[in-house]
Ligand binder design. Structure first.
Ligand SMILES: CC(C)(COP(=O)(O)OP(=O)(O)OC[C@H]1O[C@@H](n2cnc3c(N)ncnc32)[C@H](O)[C@@H]1OP(=O)(O)O)[C@@H](O)C(=O)NCCC(=O)NCCSC(=O)CCC(=O)O
Length: 526
């Protein structure tokens, strides 16, 4: 009997040549590095350069996070990835009442360019590429990065990295939105335009399926809702008067990788093919780079268990392997203790070592797209493509990604799938090693890393000193120029940069925008 894939598609016990009857490799695959990029975005892929090993990290103060980044670099990480705390992600300062209890918890607290400088102290910004997971206030953090680069003597056109800046999926799955969709999208378009003029090598967005997947989306839903968001961003930038080939080469994506290796490999390949076709056929993109879906992958956090946590090392190795076989550009492998607490230095190192084993001890990097032509993987790639396209058509019926968000479509679909997974896990039909099978009578003790609660007080003190030492009138003038730009149509990033340079804080800059744009209140009751 056929087993069901995570997307609910059948997986047959045996696949043979008949599975690919009439199948045209020229149209479906092309060459590696050639349209429709099913086989990967570069002709040589990992045979000439492995993916970027980019471990997501950050907690406590800027100084503590800086120390962790230096450790990761010393251990061989090849890109940085900054996690910000919730107050920063929501555009609040560390001394705001809403920030209380959350400062430095799930990431680093950054209130102003002063913190940003400490975060990258001793890390030359022209020699590292940095990803920043920040969405509603993405523009602010990018500008602070540029200002720190300036202080280091690094011109903006030498900076490389990625800003998540994907606010649509915040409404669907992640929750750190501030403004309503319309001004949020305007801010995204302003950032695209600004980067083209000022920071041309920067990846201006990381259109993310990861968080939807973590909330319960199936692989087919993950591709469909992510690419539908991508289409909405492309339409927004076009409506703002940009040419598709002026911004599309710097769009990037972000997906999850699970232990269901075959389906995940198929997912990555199908996503590349759909995007290439959409960009070329629907939007008329001519630059090959506009057609390439380049993506980061993180291994699935939801699959990690607090029970027998060392088993997570094995899960992560399989998940990471799936991402590599699927042709990822950049990878974060989770630490085995993530289901319990923030990773310790040792577990973070082990996670990186997992990537190094994949890159340097296995033979999967010796040849491009090793699964090409596989009866099962090509069949699954085609079926996932069809399933995702059907879902994307449904999003269109709702008027595109924003319309579908407003009617709760994606959330509803994801919730339904999450419920299915929960039911299967509860009944034992879905095996989770160490949780519903192969349990231990008594779990061994594990000593997790804890964030020092004194961080909040220290951060509040730093803010008070900053406010006392800056030119208050200059800050006020810059903020009112920002408000004025937000009311009109001018690119808000320029007045925003002036305000941040004058030492305005994250909370103050976002506060000014809240005054003009208001905040988003979800209409549904999920
Ligand atoms: C495009 C990617 C995906 C990867 O960028 P990278 O710089 O790492 O890699 P890259 O662009 O592939 O490679 C760097 C340069 O080498 C070139 N290059 C690479 N391989 C090549 C090959 N085989 N042949 C020729 N050139 C090659 C590329 O073209 C590029 O140059 P050119 O640029 O000149 O072409 C980017 O967006 C990225 O790094 N994303 C990371 C996102 C991330 O870390 N997110 C964390 C989220 S964490 C999160 O959200 C979790 C939970 C939560 O908080 O909710």
């Amino acid at each position: 009997m056929a087993r069901e894939s995570e997307s609910g598609l059948p997986i047959e016990p045996v696949y043979g040549p008949d599975a690919l009857d009439g199948w045209d490799p020229g149209a479906r695959l092309g060459e590696p590095g050639g349209y429709p990029y099913t086989r990967g975005v570069h002709p040589t892929m990992y045979t000439t350069r492995p993916w970027t090993m980019r471990q997501y990290a950050g907690f406590g103060t800027a100084a503590e996070s800086n120390a962790r980044y230096r450790q990761l670099i010393a251990h061989g990480t090849t890109g940085l990835s900054v996690a910000f705390d919730l107050p920063t992600q929501m555009g609040h300062d560390s001394d705001a009442p809403l920030a209380h209890g959350e400062v430095g918890k799930v990431g680093v607290a950054v209130d102003s360019v002063e913190d940003m400088r400490v975060l990258f102290d001793g890390i030359p910004l022209d020699r590292v590429s940095t990803s920043m997971t920040i969405n509603a206030p993405a523009a602010l953090l990018l500008l602070m990065y540029q200002l720190v680069g300036e202080e280091q003597g690094v011109p903006a056109d030498r900076l490389t990295g990625t800003i998540q800046n994907d606010v649509l999926k915040e409404y669907i799955a992640r929750g750190t939105y501030i403004f309503p969709p319309k001004p949020s999208l305007r801010l995204v378009a302003d950032l695209f335009r600004y980067c083209r003029a000022e920071i041309p090598r920067w990846n201006t967005i990381s259109i993310s399926g990861y968080h939807m997947a973590e909330a319960g989306a199936s692989p087919a839903q993950e591709i469909a809702f992510t690419l539908a968001d991508g289409i909405e961003y492309v339409r927004t930038a076009l409506a703002a008067g940009m040419d598709v080939d002026d911004f599309a080469p710097r769009l990037s994506f972000f997906f999850v990788s699970r232990t269901t290796l075959l389906e995940e490999v198929a997912k990555f390949r199908a996503a590349r093919r759909i995007w290439a076709r959409v960009m070329r056929e629907e939007f008329g993109a001519r630059n090959p780079r506009s057609q390439m879906l380049r993506f980061h992958t993180q291994t699935a956090g939801v699959q990690l268990t607090a029970q027998q946590p060392e088993v997570n090392l094995v899960r992560v190795a399989v998940q990471g392997l799936a991402a590599v076989l699927g042709g990822t550009q950049s990878l974060h492998t989770n630490s085995f203790d993530e289901a319990i607490a923030l990773p310790t230095e040792k577990s973070a190192r082990l996670a990186l070592r997992t990537q190094q084993v994949l890159a340097y001890e296995t033979d999967v990097t010796a040849t491009v797209d090793p699964f090409a032509g596989s009866y099962v993987v090509e069949s699954m790639t085609d079926e996932l493509e069809t399933a995702a396209l059907e879902l994307m058509a449904k999003v269109e019926e709702h008027g595109g990604a924003v319309g579908a968000i407003e009617s709760g479509f994606q959330k509803g679909e994801i919730e339904r799938n999450a419920y299915r997974i929960a039911r299967e896990t509860d009944s034992g039909e879905r095996v989770v090693v160490g949780v519903n099978r192969f349990r231990l009578e008594a779990e061994e003790r594990y000593e997790p890393l804890r964030v020092d609660p004194a961080i909040e007080a220290a951060q509040v003190e730093r803010l008070a000193a900053l406010r006392a030492g800056r030119d208050g009138r200059a800050v006020e003038a810059a903020l009112s120029a920002l408000r004025k730009a937000a009311e009109g149509t001018e690119d808000v990033l320029y007045p925003m940069r002036d305000a941040l340079r004058a030492r305005a804080t994250v909370g103050e800059v976002c506060g000014a925008l809240r005054e003009v744009w208001g905040t988003y209140v979800p209409s549904d009751a999920f």
